[in-house]
Design a protein around this ligand. Structure first.
Ligand SMILES: Cc1cc2nc3c(=O)[nH]c(=O)nc-3n(C[C@H](O)[C@H](O)[C@H](O)COP(=O)(O)OP(=O)(O)OC[C@H]3O[C@@H](n4cnc5c(N)ncnc54)[C@H](O)[C@@H]3O)c2cc1C
Length: 344
């Protein structure tokens, strides 16, 4: 039988290799949990000792701007199973610690559609609902049926429906009420027949040689997504990064029209009352793409991605982010919001 998780709490643990930005930082205390009883025990220990807690998945959406003076809880809940399998549909149930990309490939290999556009997004399954991960016209909310989360407010697990999760663009209940919910399991509704989302130009071009949409498989779509992503995005193992550092900003339609009149090439997607601007275009226009300031910089193929080139610190990276935000604000009147969570 497993020892009490309290005995597995480590002190002064180096976190740099546990985040994709590889920023130098230590956790005062660290523990890895694989089930609800571990989790509740770790939380009880932190409460007794007066320690704050920080949940860690794959560390691909975190900027550690210094040491964490509390207990880091690594969510390592395992588990992958199919439920409610019918001829056309099935529910994929995933533990929070499962690797997201591996889950996508598993589903696609079994012929199920719905998450293939989200291939190669790094990180854990438990963090996927936090920012409603999205790519190439698809978002987690399109397939998520429900989340099982430990509700720290009432001290027990609860089931949250898709509507309960209040998903929006890179946003959810879990960001809106920080610290309340710890995701332990998610359920995805997948189908063998739902139409693919292939609207993105680069994806279409990449699938050009494949058979028509009628005979495409979800694995072929996932592989095309992987090819497109590898062309554009740096591999964190080679160039440490956190993916998109800024969200695509939403501006009122009147602002969008003014920008279009002044900059006809501006990239954006107008909706009913707002337009979503391509943050990468705004940053690129300000001349930041490929910029490097000693240890930190901006990727030379994707202006949204900030890079920790060579042992840079969180402060250096955040100072660069601020300079970019200022430039974009001054030139286009648009405020860029940082996408990853910053821990100071
Ligand atoms: C190269 C690269 C490409 C990327 N591409 C995309 C992309 O295309 N689309 C996209 O949406 N994102 C993208 N990301 C961002 C990132 O991969 C996702 O946000 C991912 O879901 C983060 O998972 P993680 O396990 O690494 O989370 P972490 O970074 O460990 O944590 C992120 C946040 O979630 C919290 N958290 C972690 N686990 C749990 C849990 N079980 N319950 C509650 N809260 C939890 C953490 O405390 C933190 O606030 C990219 C990142 C990189 C490095």
């Amino acid at each position: 039988m497993k020892d009490s998780v309290r005995n597995e709490i480590l002190e002064d643990v180096d976190l740099s290799a546990m985040t994709s930005l590889r920023l130098p930082a230590q956790a005062r205390y660290f523990v890895s949990v694989t089930g609800i009883s571990d989790l509740t025990e770790a939380l009880a220990w932190a409460a007794t000792e007066g320690q704050e807690t920080l949940l860690l998945g794959g560390g691909s959406n975190l900027v550690l701007a210094g040491d964490y003076n509390g207990l880091v809880i690594r969510m390592a809940f395992p588990g992958r199973r199919w439920e409610d399998v019918s001829e056309e549909t099935a529910t994929l149930v995933l533990g929070a610690g499962e690797n997201w990309h591996e889950a996508v490939i598993h589903a696609a290999s079994e012929g199920y559609r719905g998450i293939e556009n989200l291939a190669l997004i790094p990180g854990s399954t438990g963090a996927a609902p936090v920012q409603n991960i999205g790519a190439y016209g698809a978002e987690l909310k399109d397939t998520l049926v429900s989340v099982t989360a430990y509700d720290c407010g009432i001290g027990k697990p609860v089931t949250l429906s898709n509507a309960d999760c209040r998903f929006r663009y890179r946003d959810s209940l879990f960001k809106q009420e920080p610290g309340r919910y710890i995701i332990v399991e998610i359920r995805l509704g997948l189908s063998r027949t739902r139409p693919f989302t292939l609207g993105y130009g680069e994806l279409k071009t990449c699938l050009g040689d494949c058979p028509g949409p009628g005979s495409l498989t979800p694995l072929q779509v996932a592989e095309a997504v992987m090819t497109v992503r590898r062309r554009k995005l740096p591999d964190p193992d080679q160039l440490p990064n956190a993916g998109s550092f800024f969200k695509n900003p939403l501006v009122p339609l009147a602002h969008w029209k003014r920008l279009q009149a002044r900059y006809p090439a501006v990239v954006g997607f107008p909706g009913e009352s707002t337009a979503k601007l391509a943050a990468a275009w705004l940053i690129d226009q300000c001349g930041w793409k490929g910029y490097r300031d000693r240890r930190v910089g901006v990727h030379d193929r994707q202006a949204l991605v900030l890079i920790n080139h060579d042992g840079g610190t969180g402060d250096e990276l955040l100072a660069l982010a601020e300079r970019i935000q200022e430039d974009v604000k001054n030139r286009f009147g648009v405020a860029l919001e940082v996408e990853p969570r910053i821990i100071r």
